[in-house]
Ligand binder design. Structure first.
Ligand code: NAP
Ligand code: MG
Length: 453
């Protein structure tokens, strides 16, 4: 059984039967059977089906947001925005069915044409931090490109995925095109990765599991895309608008209680403005309202589970250099107060490992060269920010930092039409934007002899 818990009060929301490896096999079999007809469906018709699905999800925007908030503990306002982004993602890719444009290539002796062919059955394995949104980033392009899917939500947060399956069925999606199998990663997830009829695994989660998936996928030469952890830098130069950077820095790491792969969990601050920055950020941290996810003024909810809170707490031992911290309710619920560690060395464990909780390390640097070195001194390369008023420096830094998603004088990471994903051990492949479609298709090249010389 899966006991689905509300992390804000530790109450059991629902009990579900945990799906088995046989259920995974059955999901793959249904998806495989549905693939030929879904692939052959005329693209304008597939567009209509997916647009209709998007509008059916939109019709349940508020109940889905409430359910997501209940299951994850994230503030309702955040859940609303996330479900909104998922709806936009379905709308965006619905239009992609008719835009998978191949090319004609000038060659000798005939005509050469390329096609973007769907892969077949695609397994989508998603985490608990943004359950429905991250699922939509995979579902929408996979389906638009003509694949059928098996979605495995995280055991901790299966509820919106199960609602999605219900909505898709009610929207008239052909039987077998979308299959949701809610079970353990080590059982259902593993089976999907090993299954010979699964052509690709699209995964978001930890680097450790990503590594294991890549290894197992090798057996059947599955395509894999991996969106893994991060330890991103928020680099603040002395010539930046320090007050604006300090006001924005807490949200850049404490959003979703820090359970965000894009969290700017290392703030690199130029030594000449270090004290000024720390003083300017303090009121912003202390003002974060941590509490009831359903309350309108709540900014931060609890962590996802007791187990996860233990892991996060281990990064803040009694002798940790806590500069200041916010507040959090006593419990029940897996609460953790936003915590600022400073000054921290880039070699400390808290600055090296992904904490995935509301703990930020502030690290001083002397000059631009040191900022680049510190920013890149990590196995990860997902996101990051650069705060400066010097436009040339912003571009130099953006070129020098090894990360897939950067922002200048902003901490924003994801937008539906732009590519999102990591470098180094943050993974590979891109989600969102036009680039995602490449990862759900193979290119086929066809040469037609025309008798011309
Ligand atoms: P995780 O173990 O990587 O889980 C992600 C997904 O993979 C879940 O659906 C999980 O299933 C499944 N899974 C687990 N083991 C698997 C296996 N052997 N084969 C196939 N699928 C498998 O992540 P987590 O344990 O939830 O979180 C641990 C850490 O991962 C976090 O502290 C954080 O550092 C990182 N993380 C990163 C992201 C991100 O957005 N990049 C998201 C979440 C977590 P079950 O959970 O149902 O067993
Ligand atoms: Mg896990």
């Amino acid at each position: 059984m899966i006991e689905v818990i509300n992390p804000a009060n530790e109450a059991v929301i629902r009990q579900l039967e945990s799906r088995t490896a046989e259920d995974a096999d059955a999901g793959v079999a249904r998806a495989k059977a549905a693939f030929p007809a879904w692939k052959r469906m005329p693209p304008p018709e597939r567009t209509r089906v997916l647009r209709h699905l998007a509008e059916k999800i939109a019709a349940e925007h508020e109940p889905l947001a409430k359910l997501e908030s209940l299951n994850t503990g994230k503030p309702l306002a955040c859940a609303r925005a996330e479900i909104g982004m998922a709806i936009e993602t379905f709308r965006y890719y619905a239009g992609a069915c008719e835009r998978l444009l191949g090319s004609t290539i000038p060659v000798a002796g005939g005509i050469d044409i390329t096609f973007h062919e769907p892969l077949g059955v695609v397994a989508l394995i998603v985490p608990w931090n943004f359950p429905f949104t991250i699922a939509s980033w995979k579902l929408a392009p996979a389906l638009a490109a003509g694949n059928t899917v098996v979605l495995k939500p995280a055991e901790l947060t299966p509820l919106t995925a199960l609602e999605f399956e219900r909505i898709a069925t009610a929207a008239g999606l052909p039987e077998g095109v979308i299959n949701v199998v809610a079970g353990a990663g080590s059982v259902v997830g593993r089976r999907l990765v090993e299954h010979p009829d699964v052509a690709k695994v699209a995964f978001t989660g930890s680097t450790a599991v990503g590594r294991e998936i890549m290894r197992r996928a090798a057996e059947t030469i599955k395509r894999v895309t991996l969106e893994l952890g991060g330890k991103s830098a928020n680099v603040i130069f002395e010539d930046a608008d320090i007050e604006a950077a300090a006001a924005a820095a807490p949200e850049a790491v404490f959003d979703n209680a820090g359970q965000d792969c894009c969290a700017r969990s290392r703030v690199l601050v130029q030594k000449s403005v270090f004290e000024r920055f720390m003083a300017a950020m303090e009121p912003a941290v202390k003002a974060i309202r941590v509490g009831d996810p359903m309350a309108a003024d709540t900014v931060m909810g609890p962590l996802i589970s007791a187990d996860h809170r233990r892991k996060v707490a281990a990064f803040v031992p009694a002798d940790a250099p806590v500069a200041y911290r916010g507040t959090a309710p006593a419990g029940p619920g897996y609460w953790f107060a936003p915590t600022v560690l400073a000054p921290v060395s880039n070699h400390d464990r808290a600055a090296r490992d992904e904490i995935f909780g509301p703990v930020v390390c502030v690290i001083p640097f002397a000059d631009e060269a040191e900022a680049v070195r510190l920013a890149n001194e990590t196995i990860y390369g997902l996101s990051g920010s650069i705060w400066t008023r010097d436009g040339a420096r912003a571009l130099r830094m953006a070129r020098a930092i090894e990360a897939g998603v950067l922002s200048v004088n902003s901490n924003s990471s994801v937008r539906v039409p732009t590519p999102f994903g990591g470098m180094k051990q943050s993974g590979f492949g891109r989600e969102l934007g036009p680039h995602a479609l490449e990862h759900y298709t193979d290119i086929k090249n066809v040469f037609v002899a025309t008798g011309e010389s």
